[in-house]
Design a protein around this ligand. Sequence first.
Ligand code: HEM
Length: 161
Amino acid sequence: MITMQELREHYRFTDEDASLLQSLQPLAGQNQERFEQEFYDYLYGIPEMVALLNSSNRQRLREMHGRWFMSLFSGSYDNHYLNHLTRIGHAHVRVGLNVHYVNAAMNQIRHFLLNLIDNNYSDREQRRILREAVEKILDMNLDIMSYSYRAEELKKVFVSR
Ligand code: HEM
């Protein structure tokens, strides 16, 4: 399993990126509810996801996804954060969600955040560095979440031997 230090190196994620993400915390907080709403509108627009969501408690799910959104801006990205991401990946494997939908949902989240930055920062250079930090943390999240799927596939290969 990869360490957080390796993950940060591979994505060229710096302490400056961590500070930039943390600086977005107030703006993210003001937009958390809108994030939850738009994420859910997105999920409920896709029939395969609706089938999966119907068996779960809507409010709880909404809160879990909202908390995850805020965790992007905590400013602390250590091995504890890595474990948190690994757990999230496994939760989706467990409910039988195809990894395709995780990738697609991340695209929706990416657009939400990039638009948020574009609409709230007038300085071009500031927008660029904030966007880069956001892109990195989202790709790191996706990487670790898909790792859980790969690990599960590998387990199946070994079991079937
Ligand atoms: C659970 C994040 C996409 C359905 C969770 C949890 C987080 C999370 C943080 C809580 C995990 C835990 O602590 O146990 C994300 C992120 C996504 C994503 C970052 C995309 C980038 C989706 C999609 C669906 C979905 C597309 C579609 C149906 C669920 C369900 C659970 C869950 C059903 C509950 C799992 C359980 O009850 O154990 N998600 N999620 N998620 N998510 Fe997502």
